[in-house]
Design a protein around this ligand. Structure first.
Ligand code: EPZ
Length: 437
């Protein structure tokens, strides 16, 4: 993983159609809870297609702090958590991503103790953990939150009736990761229904857990004595699929998402079709074609199966090129429009008032852009690809948290993208080197 992504930029010469096929990487948001589940068993657990992403690296680093041995073999990684350490990972590492909070459940279930610095993640809202804490307390945990860290204790977890105040994905996953080893039955009401929750439950069941109803709002878990390991293959990343679909819709052309089925993200495909893109399930995967300028859209994000909040920014970039006025309502996070100001640098006409963003589509022109969060970075990449002329995109450390080799995948579709790397020459001047991809 190039550590110089803090200065790295992309040089994008936009205005080209995207034509060709992409093989999606494995899902970041399915990988992270499965990595947390590694802590639940003293048997080896292997993941065959772990994606090369910053957040995955960070989670593996955190697991090592708790004593997990990680053995890579090609793209398969085997995790051994037979000897856990009572440790506390470094705060800077935990602050670099959000999913560290998912370790609370398994550590409480396996060791009865968890100490971890407060997690970080994209600056898209306050992102409290109150729903995680109250659910784990219902299972019998005592939780103290100090200035910068969380200390949780439990003298054995016991099943409980839990109702989430909001169908939080992370809180649902934390309850699953704790209740599978709790004494007795847990019923979780108002659970998140995201595909990543279903995948986690499938893996836990394969490890010996007793779980019913994952994917619905009511999940029932019967605790068991212990869990086995196993070998798992992650699903393709549905948010990456939606991101490239928005790129193809914004730039025009035809994209095949190889071996991908449209079952997930149904709301996105509906919206893109409404905007004039053609979405077709083919034998080799899902094709998205845009043969004319998009029409405007009306979109409201929400918990699954509503339109995914993680695709709000990529869709806004597509709407910025469309004919007419689009309305986007972000109802999941309270501060997830950072990309709007940067899209305006490309000439986009966007007004934001609390949860509502109004976008009037315009022909976009290249500009210098700086990403501030993961999905906002993807939106700026899409905007730059659709804009006429040259753009430079900085803040790539955000993009690399959730997209594996994005520029290489897009270059294979005909995009003109080069990496600009800082080099220190003999006089220590900070020159820049432009790399063809
Ligand atoms: C997961 O985050 C995803 N991350 C997010 O993807 C995604 O945007 C989000 O779910 C919603 O789908 C991973 O899976 C690693 P939430 P999570 O708990 O679990 C509030 C990406 O780009 N809330 O469902 O953190 C919260 O503030 C990332 O890949 C509480 O109030 O999301 C938010 O407003 C970004 N208290 C809403 O619920 C809590 O205790 C949804 O959050 C927990 C959450």
């Amino acid at each position: 993983m190039a550590e110089n992504y803090y200065q790295e930029e992309l040089l994008i010469c936009g205005g080209k159609q995207l034509v060709g096929e992409i093989e999606l990487s494995a899902s970041k948001n399915a990988a992270l809870p499965l990595l947390a589940a590694v802590l639940l068993t003293d048997s080896p657990l292997a993941i065959e297609n772990l994606p090369e992403l910053r957040d995955v690296h960070s989670m593996c680093e955190v697991l090592r702090h708790y004593g997990v041995a990680i053995s890579p073999a090609g793209s398969t990684f085997t995790f051994a958590a037979d000897k856990l350490l009572c440790s506390c990972p470094p705060a800077p590492l935990m602050r670099s991503f959000r999913a560290g909070s998912l370790l609370l459940g398994p550590l409480l279930a396996r060791c009865g103790y968890a100490e971890l610095p407060l997690p970080g993640g994209c600056a898209i809202g306050r992102r409290p953990l109150d729903l995680h804490f109250s659910a784990l307390q219902a299972l019998g945990a005592q939780i103290e939150v100090a200035e910068e860290s969380i200390v949780a204790r439990a003298d054995g977890l016991s099943g409980a009736q839990i109702r989430l105040g909001y169908p939080s994905v992370g809180a649902t996953e934390n309850v699953l990761l704790a209740a599978v080893l709790a004494r007795g039955e847990t019923v979780l009401e108002n659970a998140a229904r995201e595909p990543e929750v279903v995948f986690l439950a499938e893996c836990l069941r394969a490890m010996g857990a007793e779980i019913e109803g994952a994917g619905e709002s009511r999940i029932r878990i019967c605790g068991v004595e212990r869990l086995d390991g196993g070998t798992f293959r992650l699903p393709p990343d549905r948010i990456e699929a939606g991101t490239w679909a928005c790129a193809a819709a914004a730039c025009g052309g035809e994209l095949l998402l190889r071996d991908y089925a449209a079952a997930e993200n149904a709301e996105l495909w509906r919206i893109l079709q409404q905007m004039g893109a053609e979405v077709r399930q083919q034998p080799r995967g899902l094709t998205i074609a845009a043969r004319r300028r998009l029409q405007a859209a009306e979109v409201t994000t929400g918990p699954y199966p509503a339109f995914p909040t993680d695709l709000q920014a990529p869709l806004m970039a597509a709407a910025a090129t469309a004919v007419g006025l689009s309305r986007i309502r972000e109802t999941v996070f309270e501060n997830r429009y950072h990309h709007a100001a940067q899209l305006q640098r490309l000439g986009a006409v966007i007004g934001v008032e609390e949860e509502l963003a109004v976008v009037v589509g315009m022909p976009l022109k290249g500009a210098v852009l700086q990403a501030q969060d993961l999905r906002g970075a993807a939106a700026l990449l899409i905007g730059a690809l659709a804009a006429q002329g040259e753009s430079r995109l900085g803040g790539l450390m955000h993009l690399r948290r959730g997209y594996e080799q994005p520029e290489q995948k897009l270059v294979r579709l005909g995009a003109d993208i080069r990496r600009i790397l800082p080099i220190k020459d003999e006089n220590n001047y900070r020159n820049r080197q432009i790399l063809m991809l």
